[in-house]
Write a protein of this length. Sequence first.
Length: 426
Amino acid sequence: MKQDAKRELKPKLRFPEFQGEPEWKAEKLGSVASLITERAGNKKCIPMSITSGVGLVSQQEKFGRIIAGNQYKNYLVLQKNDFAYNKSATKEFPQGFIAKYSGDEPAAVPNSIFTCFRAREDGIVPDFLNYLFLGNLHGKWLKKYIEVSARAHGSLSIDDEDLMSLPIPLPSGESSRAEQKQIAECLTSLDEMIAAHSQKLDALTAHKKGLMQQLFPPAGETLPSHRFPEFQNNPEWVNKPLSELGEIVTGKTPSTKEAGLWGGDILFITPTDISEDGKYQHNTQRKVVETKSTKVLPVGSVVYTCIASIGKMAITVRASITNQQINAVVANASVANEFVYYSLANMTPWIKSIPASSTLAIINKTEFSKICVTIPEDRAEQQAVVDCFSSLDELIAAYTQKLDALKTHKKGLMQQLFPSPEEIEA
C-alpha cells in the first residue's frame, strides 16, 4: 500500500444520506484496533474453538468436551465484539478465518493458533469490520506474506505486524460511524432473511425424511405407517427385487476407437454429472452416438451410482448412456419410475452398507438386481406416493433457488457497498 494510508476511496453504492459526505479512506487495522495480550490464567472463561463459515463455538459444543487442558492458562481472553484470527487454512479461507465473538461471557482461545484484537470504540463499528472479514479482505492482503507450505505447528506463518498492517476501508467525516452502522444493519437484515430461508429449507428437508419413514413400510413389513385413505382397503404391498420391476442396465464407457462416437444426440452420464440432491447436470459437451457396445437408456430411467459415491441418483430426461459406475432401472409399464427413484432414495443408507470392501465400495449388477423394493401393486397408489414427494421436492427446490438468489444478492451488494480490494491496496 502507498505511504498515504488515508487515500480516498469510492464504493460503487452509497446510501443517499451519505452522498455528500467525504470519500472513504484506508486505515491500517492497527490504527483502529489493538492486539489482545490478556491471558486466561485462573480466570473463568468459556474455552472456544472455531468452525470456518460459522465462527467461534465453545469447545464443549464442537467436541462434546473441553479440550483446553493445561494450556488453558495461556489462552487469550475475548470480550464481546472482539476478533479472533485463526491461522489455519481452509478451502473457503486459505489465508485463515477471522471471527467476531458475540457472546456476553468472557471467552478464551488458544494462543498458539489465534491472534486476537479489539476494535477501538471511537474508530470502527465491530459489525462493519466483521463483514469486511467475511468478505475475506484479510485473505487478499495476507496471501502476499504467506510462503508456500509456510506453517508452524499446523498454523500459517503470519506475523502480527503483517496482520495489523491490513488496510481497512472506512467512511470519512463525522458521519463515519453512522454510515458504518447503516451498512452493517443492511447486511445483517439480509443475513436474517437468508437464515430464515435456510431454516425453512432445513425444516422441509427434515419433513421429507420423516415423511419417507411414514409413506414407505419399515424393513421387513409390507404396510406403511401412513396410507392414503383411498387405498386403505387395497392389498398389502409386496416385496420385489429390482430385476422384477424393470430391466437392469450397467453402463459402459464406449470405446474411443469406435468411429463417429462423439458428437451425437445421446447424453453420456457419469457420477460427476449427478448432484447430491438428485438433479441431473446436463453436460452438452459429452454427446455420443449409439454404438453396438452400449445400451441406450430411454427417458425416465432411474440411474444410480454404484461405485465409490454410492447413492447419487437421478431420472433421465433424455436418451442417455452411462459409464460403468452407474446401474440403471428401466421400469416396466406397471411400475412408476419415480416410485423406484424415491424407494431407492429411502433405502440408500442401507444400500451403502452392502459393499464389503473397505477400499473401493462397489455394488455390482447382480447385487443391485437383488435389492428388494416394497411396492403397492396398484399403480395409482404408487403415483399418489410419488405426487406427494414430487410436490415437496418442488417446494424444496423453490426455497433452494430463493436461498441461492439471496446469497448471490448479498455477495453483489457487498461488492458495491465496499471499495474493491484492488482499490484499497493500490
